[in-house]
Write a protein that binds this ligand. Structure first.
Ligand code: AMP
Length: 119
């Protein structure tokens, strides 16, 4: 699938939409989900234009992939998620289970869901 710049995460990267940034690296940005499904619900996105996880894993550089994954570890630490455990999830395309929605925003993102040990 061709990357379409008309999506909210492209606009967040280009500062056309404001968001609550949790962490930023050379190749990634992380911010709070606008409709949180857990006490902590952070979205991490690559700054490069990738449609979904498969596009990113297939076509991003090693440096981008490492920076992104280290970013997840930084967020887990920053948000104090380790003690209570956490989930990471990436919807790709229209696949669903149990009536859940498939991918809605066509810019690669990973959901990080958990609960801070400080709550
Ligand atoms: P997905 O179904 O995996 O594509 O999830 C897209 C997620 O993006 C949803 O959880 C939305 O709540 C979230 N979302 C959409 N627009 C924004 C935005 N402007 N800022 C933060 N989160 C957003």
């Amino acid at each position: 699938m061709q990357y379409d710049k008309n999506n909210p995460f492209y606009k967040i990267i280009n500062k056309e939409i404001k968001t609550n940034i949790v962490s930023e690296g050379k190749h990634y940005l992380a911010f709070n989900d606008i409709t949180p499904k857990a006490p902590v619900h952070v979205l991490i996105i690559p700054k490069g234009n990738y449609v979904d996880y498969n596009d990113f894993a297939s076509n991003a550089s090693d440096e981008e992939i490492i920076d992104f994954n280290r970013g997840i570890a930084k967020i887990v630490k920053l948000m104090k998620l380790e003690a209570n455990g956490f989930k990471i999830l990436s919807n790709a395309g229209k696949f669903t289970l149990d009536g859940e929605k498939g991918q809605e925003v066509m810019h690669m993102h990973v959901h990080i869901l958990g609960k801070s040990s400080e709550e």
